[in-house]
Design a protein around this ligand. Structure first.
Ligand SMILES: [Zn+2]
Length: 412
């Protein structure tokens, strides 16, 4: 079968139309998981898929599966997934592009009367961002059997509203049983969220792995006091100590050029008052690196840094590791297929590692899988000015169609 050409204008229209739901004045998106806007965006995608004859399944976590049948009814489906939720002030493409490219795949197959052996199924995962309900990548983690539905339904947002009641309110509290053993392989297509593809003028990122990451919660206990009377000598200022940690963490990241990442993105100062010497600070350190040995080195450096700051400042420092997410390697055969599909579609490509986590991380180990990246402007993501071009969007969708059809014809 010749690969159908995707319809670039149709894809761009879908992307534009779906970004109405939760649009912010600055051109971004505020579409929290299981919000009214999330429901409207899902309704849009479901309507477009049913219009071309797809069937819809919704599981108890609201994961929404859009299925186009193949000729072999016993064959496992090829799954393409992403998310429609955003950060509170997020962009229009993180996640959303992956769903709309999947929809465009279904539409292209339909309008070209293409026949596949395997069913093709596009899934909208619930709550990838974790901005309203914790944890992130929740829907995919549920699908992977890491949580029960009851456990996740009772999770609350800052207003005390549960995920379960939110899903019911938008009509996405489903009861369909969908499990990993119904699927043969998994693809996820996403914006890069980094600057490499645009900078190098490359159309397609062939993603080989998602880098590992560790989170550490650090508590600093010093001594509060009146800022006007407490002498400078002998102060145990928790924030001044935290500043040394922030700076030291940056040094740890810089010592791993290109690939390593070290960030303090959360800081809580108590009492946080201009005329009080800060007695307590809580901060979170995040370390990322695709190689476990380097991640171990960075971890050792962090512990050494905390010891040094403690003895230098007299502030008591306690640290607790809260997350240890190993590097995830994608399936070599599928990586090769994506690379060959880019070439077959006339696109340039490069192999790369994902710095960010994705729903695909939850699917690893359940079935063969891989990811495809397209460029985004200036590498900006999780921001309202996140942007892509119509050409980039179309290129990615075309490679996705090619890769899925390759898998369809190669799979038993
Ligand atoms: Zn995403």
């Amino acid at each position: 079968m010749t690969t159908p050409s995707i319809d670039s204008a149709r894809l761009w229209t879908s992307l534009t139309e779906v970004s109405r739901y939760g649009a912010t004045p600055a051109g971004g998106l505020n579409r929290l998981a299981a919000s009214i806007f999330d429901g409207q965006a899902r309704d849009y995608v479901v309507a477009a898929a049913t219009e071309i004859g797809c069937t819809v399944r919704i599981d108890p976590l609201g994961n929404t599966f859009l299925r186009r049948e193949g000729t072999d009814h016993k064959a496992k489906a090829i799954l393409i997934g992403s998310h429609l939720d955003s950060q509170p002030l997020g962009g229009k493409y993180d996640g959303i592009y992956g769903v709309m490219a999947g929809l465009e795949l279904l539409q292209s197959l339909q309008t070209s009367n293409s026949v596949t052996t395997h069913p093709i199924e596009v899934v909208v995962w619930t709550n990838e961002e974790g901005a309203r309900f914790s944890p992130a990548m929740m829907g995919a983690a549920y699908f992977a059997g890491k949580f029960s539905a009851e456990e996740l339904h009772s999770r609350t947002d800052v207003e005390g509203v549960t995920l379960g009641e939110s899903l019911r309110a938008i009509n996405y509290l489903g009861s369909d049983f969908v499990s990993p053993d119904q699927f043969a392989s998994y693809f996820e297509i996403h914006i890069e969220q980094g600057p490499i593809l645009e900078r190098e003028g490359i159309d397609i990122g062939v993603v080989t792995a998602v880098q590992g990451m560790r989170w550490f919660r650090v508590q600093l206990s010093g001594q509060s006091g009146h800022s006007g009377t407490y002498p400078m000598e002998g102060r145990r200022d928790a924030l001044a100590a935290a500043a040394q940690i922030v700076s030291g963490v940056q040094t740890i990241g810089l010592a791993q050029p290109e690939i390593g990442r070290a960030t303090v993105g959360h800081l809580l100062v108590t009492p946080n008052s201009p005329n009080v010497v800060p007695g307590n600070v809580e901060l979170m350190v995040e370390l990322r690196h695709p190689e476990v040995l380097a991640l171990n080195t960075m971890t050792d450096e962090l512990h050494a840094l905390l010891k040094t700051v403690e003895s230098r400042t007299g502030v008591v420092i306690e640290v607790k590791q809260e997350l240890d997410s190993a590097t995830i390697h994608f399936t070599p055969e599928l990586i090769d297929i994506v690379e060959a599909s880019a070439t077959a579609s006339g696109m340039s490509s490069t192999r790369m590692i994902s710095g960010a986590g994705h729903d695909a991380c939850q699917i690893a180990g359940l079935m063969p899988l891989t990811m495809i990246f397209i460029p985004c402007v200036d590498g900006i993501s999780h921001a309202e000015n996140e942007d892509i071009t119509q050409v980039w969007a179309a290129n990615g969708a075309q490679v996705l169609v090619e890769a899925v059809l390759q898998v369809d014809s190669h799979l038993k």
